[in-house]
Design a binder for this molecule. Structure first.
Ligand SMILES: C[S@@+](CC[C@H](N)C(=O)[O-])C[C@H]1O[C@@H](n2cnc3c(N)ncnc32)[C@H](O)[C@@H]1O
Length: 244
């Protein structure tokens, strides 16, 4: 028995790794997250058990993996992006170790860089940003806003849409220039993708109606998006697809 903790990529089903897709196509059981595309779920063999983890607490997921691990040979735990980037992959790996169940981590393309890239934003750029800070906006009270406001480079906020007004207010109060370019990218790398670009002081109003999942990018690199997205559109053509 082996449990594979597999990254599904940021949304576009073509962005799973070759190894990840091979495992999905040969699994006995697939346990997947809400952010995983239906195209990838349908790649599992017809006889495989498929379980969506919506509404399950983390302890219930850990328990489910352990129970499946006792009866099935090849279990794929498919997670959005990369399992070890705000994905609780580490918690699941520790539970598997405790239970003595072998596992393998198959990294994925994280939304950290893939979602900004899909909107024409490179998270680093020579002469513009050589430093990236990544935070979760889930519990804004836990952020060191003064330190974040003082940092140079690019700030990336996961799970930050709900608390965006509070986070922005804190950054501005701590001295971050209000005209700093900012972007919110919703459902990046999918056909429903939407990007809003505005100055930091205006970004939470501008992004108010965007649906989740959404990634927030703050920094001068955002100003490159207009030029790069134009070019990327002409280079990319059709979005990627799962290979046959
Ligand atoms: C629980 S975290 C999972 C991150 C994932 N493990 C990764 O490596 O990308 C979910 C957050 O990731 C970001 N996210 C994931 N997919 C996204 C997408 N397609 N577009 C925009 N943001 C996304 C959002 O900030 C969302 O709230």
């Amino acid at each position: 028995v082996t449990v594979y903790l597999v990254g599904a990529g940021p949304g576009d089903p073509g962005l799973i790794t070759a190894r990840g897709l091979e495992l999905v196509r040969s699994c006995d059981a697939l346990v997947y997250d809400r952010l995983v595309s239906t195209e990838l779920i349908s790649e599992a063999p017809p006889g495989a058990i498929r379980i969506g983890r919506d509404h399950l607490e983390q302890a219930a997921i850990d328990d489910l993996l352990l129970r499946l691990g006792r009866h099935r040979h090849r279990i794929v735990r498919l997670k959005g992006g990369d399992p070890f980037v705000f994905g609780r992959g580490g918690e699941e790996a520790l539970a598997l170790i405790d239970a003595g169940i072998p596992f393998e981590v198959v990294p994925g393309v994280s939304s950290i860089s893939a979602v900004p890239a899909s909107a024409g934003i490179p998270i680093t750029h020579r002469g513009v940003s050589s430093q990236v800070t990544v935070v979760s906006g889930h519990a804004p009270g836990e952020l060191d806003i003064d330190a974040l406001a003082a940092l140079q480079g690019t700030l990336i906020i996961f799970m930050g849409l709900h608390a965006l007004a509070e986070i922005v207010e804190g950054l501005l109060a701590a001295g971050k220039p209000p005209e700093t370019p900012a972007a919110v990218i919703s459902r990046g790398s999918t056909p429903e993708a939407e990007t809003v670009v505005a100055e930091l002081a205006a970004i939470s109003d501008a992004a108010r109606t965007l649906p989740t999942p959404a990634l927030v990018v703050v920094g001068e690199v955002v100003a490159l998006s207009a030029a790069l997205q134009q070019e990327a559109l002409s280079l990319l053509g059709e979005p990627a697809r799962v290979p046959a």
